[in-house]
Design a protein around this ligand. Structure first.
Ligand SMILES: O=C[C@H](O)COP(=O)(O)O
Length: 247
């Protein structure tokens, strides 16, 4: 992790949690010294209004690429912003798989989020068969291309990118620090082809079975600036330990 990039840890609750967890997590995180890091909680959107007066940020788990209108079940970037969100996850592999989201749609969602002042956390990552055929870099590059084509450089400079190998999500099988660092360095090199200053400033998160006992080693890698945490973000102790592992 480079000193110039502030570490960021985001807890993606996915379709989990309840008002009790909102209260417990809010109380615990409000006591955490968050000066040295950005902490973000991404609960199901119905719980967002329950997070009030927090010392940490909140995020949506998804956003519509449309501004408003007849899009049943979708949530607009302006609505997330009005609920106090600073960030939004776009392109999580579960959205890509469960809802057939293309990389172009993900790029459009990121653009829409940016237009409402939200920071998109753009997720990329390969499935197991791609990793086994050693084509993971080509795969991730293809996921990033529409982002580079759709966003202006100014917009790109506002984004966070999360690398989440699908084979490591919820499986207990983490990418080794070397595997993760290699991909993060590759993503940074692709950003540098767009703009070297943007590449240096962009925070790259690792996601996939991050736990308190492996977080520190992952976050110590040169191009890993924090994590996108699933299962371990549902327990206050483990999420706080992971946040502290950035220091
Ligand atoms: O968004 C979070 C990731 O999908 C990682 O989930 P996980 O920590 O449960 O493996």
């Amino acid at each position: 992790m480079a000193m110039a990039r502030k570490p960021l840890v985001a807890g993606n609750w996915k379709m989990n949690g309840n008002p009790t967890l909102v209260r417990e997590m809010g109380d615990a995180l409000n006591k955490l010294d968050t000066d040295a890091m950005n902490v973000v909680v991404c609960p199901p959107s119905c719980f967002l209004p329950l997070f009030a007066n927090t010392s940490f940020a909140t995020a949506g788990q998804d956003v519509s690429a449309n501004e408003e209108g007849a899009h049943t079940g979708d949530i607009a970037a302006s609505m997330l912003r009005d609920l106090g969100c600073k960030y939004v996850i776009v392109g999580h592999s579960e959205r890509r798989q469960d809802h057939g989201e293309s990389s172009q749609l993900v790029a459009n969602k990121a653009k829409r989020a940016l237009s409402e002042g939200l920071v998109p956390i753009i997720c990329v990552g390969e499935p197991l068969e791609v990793r086994e055929s050693e084509k993971e870099q080509e795969y991730v590059e293809q996921q990033l291309l529409p982002v580079f084509e759709t966003l202006s450089k100014q917009e790109l400079s506002q984004c966070v990118v999360a690398y989440e190998p699908i084979w490591a999500i919820g499986t207990g099988k983490t990418a080794s620090p070397e595997q993760a660092q290699q991909m993060h360095a590759f993503i940074r090199s692709k950003l540098a082809e767009q703009d070297s200053v943007i590449a240096e400033g962009t925070r790259l998160l690792y996601g996939g079975s991050v736990k308190p006992d492996n977080a520190r080693e992952l976050f110590a890698q040169k191009d890993i600036d924090g994590g996108l945490i699933g299962g371990a973000s549902l327990k206050t102790d483990s999420f706080i330990a992971i946040c502290q592992a950035t220091q």
